[in-house]
Write a new protein. Structure first.
Length: 69
């Protein structure tokens, strides 16, 4: 004869394992360390500064401010 299996325990164990795997997947997908976030923020600021430095028109013209005409 085979071993007795408690189905409720099996289902709970399977559900716990599924939640654990989903949490690990979410941590890998969305989790970033403080250093990574800071580096990304600095990189974005640098890129914005470079773009602003290469603008051909005045910022006030694009934002609906006073225009020269």
């Amino acid at each position: 004869m085979g071993d007795v299996i408690h189905l409720d325990r099996y289902r709970k164990k399977r559900a716990r394992l599924a939640r654990k795997n989903a949490a690990a997947e979410n941590r890998a997908r969305h989790g970033r360390s403080k250093q990574e976030k800071e580096a990304a923020r600095r990189r974005q600021e640098r890129e914005a500064t470079r773009l602003d430095a290469r603008l051909l028109e005045d910022k006030t013209d694009r934002e609906g401010g006073p225009t020269q005409g």
